[in-house]
Design a protein around this ligand. Structure first.
Ligand SMILES: [Zn+2]
Length: 93
């Protein structure tokens, strides 16, 4: 009788420990992915920007503080909103 009770209690204890271990692993995995998310996002953004810059003709923003490289068909700067005009492009680029 006592041995049977001990086996049941031990089994429950092991199940509980395994469950807690699984929860901790899950939490750690989620924290890791959450911490790595901004980094991977910035990487994706940089890759996309690179593609738009090097595969199309670009228009340099006339604002000296901005200097953003916009796609050739852009009418306004994507970063500061300044209208992109050909004379501005000639002056600065
Ligand atoms: Zn700009």
């Amino acid at each position: 009788m006592i041995l049977g009770d001990l086996v049941i209690i031990g089994g429950l204890l092991i199940f509980g420990l395994v469950g807690v271990f699984a929860l901790v692993l899950e939490a750690l995995w989620r924290m890791l992915r959450f911490a790595a998310r901004p980094f991977t996002r910035a990487e994706h953004r940089a890759r996309r920007q690179e593609r738009t810059v090097y595969t199309r003709p670009v228009r340099l923003c006339a604002n000296p503080l901005c200097g953003y490289l916009n796609p050739d068909n852009a009418r306004f700067c994507a970063r500061c909103g300044r209208p992109l005009e050909d004379s501005d492009v000639d002056n600065y680029g």
